[in-house]
Design a protein around this ligand. Structure first.
Ligand SMILES: O=C(O)C[C@H]1C=CC(=O)O1
Length: 93
């Protein structure tokens, strides 16, 4: 199942710089693990915003929720999920 996911990040202004670096390093490692195993096939920065557009390819809504809620940045993000279905005019499959 494919999902379009928008994540908007809002880090606390008073976050300690060392904690910030550690948090972002954990987020990067977590996201790259999911990219490598194929469940996070697209990750795009939204130009000019601390936000991304991602595509997730997972087996269920519950799996998506588990992955998203496990993001180290989850407490600092607003997440909007759009489930995707095949378009009947799509020529690719
Ligand atoms: O920077 C972001 O958009 C938030 C998050 C998503 C992947 C990652 O490494 O950080």
């Amino acid at each position: 199942m494919l999902f379009h996911v928008r994540m908007d990040v809002q880090l606390p202004a008073d976050l300690d710089p060392g904690e910030r670096d550690a948090l972002l390093a954990r987020e990067k490692a977590y996201s790259q693990e999911l990219q490598l195993d194929g469940r996070w096939p697209h990750l795009w920065r939204i130009a000019g915003e601390y936000a991304n557009i991602s595509i997730f390819d997972v087996a269920s809504n519950d799996e998506l929720h588990e992955l998203l809620s496990g993001l180290p940045l989850f407490p600092h993000m607003r997440i909007h999920v759009t489930p995707l279905a095949h378009h009947p005019s799509d020529i690719h499959d």
